[in-house]
Ligand binder design. Structure first.
Ligand code: ATP
Ligand code: MG
Length: 230
């Protein structure tokens, strides 16, 4: 069968509970079109991360089905699914190694040229070439030699290199300086474009960019519409 993923995602009567917990989602229904950008907003504990954890199949529904391009996603080989999915998590994970190794992590055989193109797209190139060894600079344990904002830009470059059909972004809340904030915002817009995206959004700029904003409360969608509609 052809498992090339286009990126339509449907939650059909999905219920979910973590081990030893109560149900977080009950009969949750959602249809996301290919290329649609969804912003998830809502109080802490409302279920936003749980929803994206299910999309990425870190967890599977307790009941109900998630379909990707009309197919029960449990039938899609996990490797295929994972390679079609990109994430940038709240505290982006960098490993000790160079800048280029960290960006290349998105695609094992990326050339230096591809790495630089990705870094330029997400506004990371300028700070990188000012580092002591440019793209060969060691980022330190967990990226400790870089600022939080720089780590976020590197993880966005990694996502660009991977070129996923489905993109999950858990927006960082950590504050960065105004200039870096502007670079990150601009980079996020570029990475979301053209991909089915789920963004756990804190920035108003990202919420505005979304095609749909879902307000989540107690595992339910209580509002669903564009920024103008809501
Ligand atoms: P936040 O804005 O704080 O990130 P959230 O909307 O992402 O919150 P979730 O993390 O999805 O919320 O949590 C939804 C519910 O599931 C909460 O009651 C939470 O305590 C519970 N929960 C989340 N992760 C786990 C887990 N790994 N094991 C057990 N319960 C969990
Ligand atoms: Mg969360």
């Amino acid at each position: 069968p052809d498992f090339s993923i286009k990126g339509e995602i449907v939650f059909k009567n999905v219920s979910f509970k973590y081990k030893n917990g109560d149900y977080v989602l009950q009969n949750f229904n959602l249809k996301v079109k290919k290329g649609e950008i969804i912003a998830l907003v809502g109080e802490t504990g409302s279920g936003k991360s749980t929803i994206v954890n299910l999309v990425s199949r870190f967890y599977e529904p307790t009941n109900g089905v998630i379909y990707i391009d009309g197919m029960d996603y449990r039938k899609i080989p996990l490797k295929k699914l994972r390679s079609s999915l990109g994430y940038v998590l709240q505290t982006p994970h960098l490993f000790s190694g160079t800048i280029s190794e960290n960006i290349r992590y998105g695609k094992l055989y990326a050339t230096m040229h591809e790495i630089i193109v990705a870094a330029k797209l997400v506004n990371a190139h300028d700070f990188i070439i000012n580092l002591e060894n440019e793209y060969d600079t060691d980022v330190g344990e967990g990226g400790s030699k870089l600022s939080t904002g720089q780590r976020q830009l590197i993880s966005l470059a990694r996502a660009v290199i991977a070129d996923p059909k489905i993109f999950i972004l858990d927006e960082a809340t950590s504050s960065v300086d105004a200039y870096t904030e502007h670079l990150i915002q601009d980079a996020i817009m570029k990475v979301l474009n053209g991909r089915t995206s789920f963004v756990i959004a804190h920035r108003l700029s990202t919420i505005r960019k979304a095609d749909r904003i879902l307000v989540i409360q107690n595992g339910k969608i209580i509002e669903d519409g564009s920024h103008n509609q809501l």
